[in-house]
Structures are given as structure tokens and as C-alpha cells.
Ligand binder design. Structure first.
Ligand code: C2E
Ligand code: MG
Ligand code: MG
Ligand code: MG
Length: 280
């Protein structure tokens, strides 16, 4: 009935788990169309130097322009795409798009930007992933040093030995790896010790309300200090207020990302940003 229908629609947009099988089937079919009809768009969110506000890199965040439902969040469709395997085609598209866009952007910039691309577990574990990366770099002309892969603890957990081998291969190409959503998964400190990564992204969960939550502040400070002793750069995700920005800066966090500086932007808007973001 209409009420149920309404509730399900609301759930869709809020990114709750989709437990309705019929709905799942619909999204699966629509994703197939989306791949063919190129309904996806790559958005880019700046990541800035915590001290200068200079944009150092951008994170690629996929958006789905659904023909009738409007913008659908990746938190909703990416888990389904992962289950169905459609993530492979979507992931390849994002990688190509991101390398292409940022190589083009850099052609007109004095100081080149790096681009981060989120990599899902299935993408990462698939044979041929390295070839996809090489192909994207080759086709776009983006130097490997300007590409960064964001992986989560969950991605690395399944087969850690294989993951280490792949990460080493990635690093040998000159590509860097960031550990995303740090602290939310089955965080293991041995990952920080053993994996060839260069950056840790502290999850928004610990940033929100940092000034009023002494426990969050303690965790954030501890992770920043630890990362630095391990020679890892650290990024704070989800900076929304000046208070948070100043707090993280004082705590020597290297890089900041969040709505306070900029929301994720379509490529055309990204192109018109100044090199330094110093919000009012
Ligand atoms: P993520 O990689 O941890 O990305 C950060 C998320 O935080 C993004 O949500 C971003 O829009 C949001 N965010 C950034 N700044 C703020 C802020 O100040 N406040 C708040 N509340 N949120 C902020 P988004 O774009 O909805 O993406 C959600 C997740 O979907 C991503 O989390 C990532 O896991 C996944 N995702 C997005 N694009 C891709 C993609 O191309 N490939 C893969 N495999 N996953 C993707
Ligand atoms: Mg990410
Ligand atoms: Mg994250
Ligand atoms: Mg996240």
C-alpha cells in the first residue's frame, strides 16, 4: 500500500539496509541500465593541508543520477553493486573517469593535485585489478604518484597475505594507499604496522563533537600521534565547523576534508575552485 511504499522510498534515500527483496531486484536491474546509459557522475571533494588550506588532493565520490528518483547515494547502491558484481564495471568506470578528469585539471595548474579513488573489496581481490589501474593511468597520462587508492580494513581482512602482496605491487608502481574509515571496522593495529600504506583516514565518527567529547578527543589525539610515529600521514574526514578545523589543526593532523571546506563537487565546479580553501 501507499504508506508502505512511502516508507520504503524514504529508506532508500536514507541508506538503511535494503531488506526488501523486490526492491533489491529493482535496483539491480536499474544499475544495469545505469551502467549502459551512463547515469553515473564522478564528484570530487577537496582534501586540504591542515595548516595552509591548500588543496592537495581530491577524493572521487560516485553519484547516480537516477532517471526518476533523482540523486541516489552510494551508501545505498554500492553495497548492492558489490553483492551483484556490478561493482566491477562501475569501479572501472570511476577509476578511468577520475584519472582522466584530474589529469586534465592538472594540465592547467601550477601544482598538480592527487586523486583518491575508493576501491571496494571485490574490486581489490579480483585478478586483473592491477591491469585496470595500469590501463587507467596509461590512457589518462596521470602520473602514478598522483593516484591514491582508498581501501578499508574490511577489504584487507579477507586475505591479508594476498592483500599485502597486492599493496606492495601497487606501491612499486608509485601509487599510494590510504586506509579509509579508520577505527570503524575490525581495526587491527598490526595493519598499521605491517601494511605498505602511506595514509590513514580517521573516520567522521571520531571527529563529530570532538570539542565536547573527551573520549573522541583522546582517540583522535592518540591515532594522530601513533600515525606520525609510524611515518603515516593522517587525514580527518567530516570536518564541518571551524571549531573542528582548529581542533584538528592544533592536534597536528596533516590533512582535512569536510563540508567546512567543500562538499563533493561536480568536475566543472571543482575546476573553478581557487588553489587554497580558507573558509570565512
Ligand atoms: P567514504 O569513502 O568514507 O567517503 C566519505 C563520505 O563522507 C562521502 O559520502 C562524503 O560525501 C561524506 N562527507 C564528506 N565530508 C563530510 C562532512 O563534512 N560531513 C558529513 N556528514 N559527511 C561528509 P558519500 O559520497 O555518500 O559516500 C559514501 C561512501 O560510499 C564512501 O565513504 C565510500 O565508502 C562509498 N563510495 C563512494 N564513491 C565510491 C566509489 O567510487 N567506489 C567505491 N567502491 N565506493 C564509493
Ligand atoms: Mg573514501
Ligand atoms: Mg571514509
Ligand atoms: Mg565512510
Amino acid at each position: 500500500d501507499a504508506k508502505r511504499q512511502g516508507r520504503n522510498t524514504w529508506q532508500w534515500y536514507c541508506g538503511d539496509a535494503i531488506d526488501n527483496v523486490a526492491e533489491h531486484v529493482v535496483i539491480r536491474r536499474e544499475l544495469q541500465e545505469a551502467i549502459q546509459a551512463e547515469q553515473f557522475e564522478a564528484y570530487y571533494q577537496p582534501i586540504v593541508d591542515a595548516v595552509s588550506g591548500d588543496i592537495r588532493s581530491v577524493e572521487t565520490l560516485i553519484r547516480w543520477h537516477h532517471p526518476t528518483k533523482g540523486l541516489v547515494s552510494p551508501g545505498v547502491f554500492m553495497p548492492i553493486a558489490e553483492q551483484t558484481g556490478q561493482i566491477i564495471a562501475i569501479g572501472r568506470w570511476v577509476l578511468d573517469r577520475a584519472c582522466h578528469d584530474i589529469a586534465a585539471l592538472n594540465a592547467g595548474r601550477e601544482r598538480p593535485l592527487a586523486v583518491a579513488v575508493n576501491i571496494s573489496p571485490m574490486q581489490f581481490q579480483r585478478t586483473g585489478f592491477m591491469n585496470e589501474i595500469k590501463a587507467a593511468l596509461h590512457a589518462s597520462g596521470l602520473p602514478p604518484a598522483l593516484l591514491e587508492l582508498e581501501v578499508t580494513e574490511g577489504t584487507l581482512m579477507t586475505n591479508t597475505e594476498q592483500a599485502v602482496a597486492l599493496l606492495n605491487e601497487v606501491r612499486n608502481l608509485g601509487i599510494s594507499v590510504a586506509l579509509d574509515d579508520f577505527g570503524t571496522g575490525f581495526s587491527s593495529l598490526s595493519y598499521l604496522r605491517d601494511l605498505p600504506i602511506s595514509k590513514v583516514k580517521l573516520d567522521i565518527l571520531f571527529i563529530r563533537g570532538i570539542s565536547k567529547n573527551a573520549k573522541n578527543a583522546a582517540i583522535v589525539q592518540g591515532v594522530i600521534t601513533m600515525a606520525h610515529h609510524l611515518n603515516l600521514a593522517i587525514v580527518a574526514e567530516g570536518i564541518e565547523t571551524r571549531e573542528e578545523q582548529m581542533d584538528l589543526q592544533q592536534r597536528q593532523c596533516d590533512l582535512l576534508q569536510g563540508y567546512f571546506f567543500s562538499k563533493p563537487l561536480p568536475f566543472d565546479v571543482l575546476k573553478s575552485l581557487p588553489p587554497t580553501l580558507t573558509p570565512p
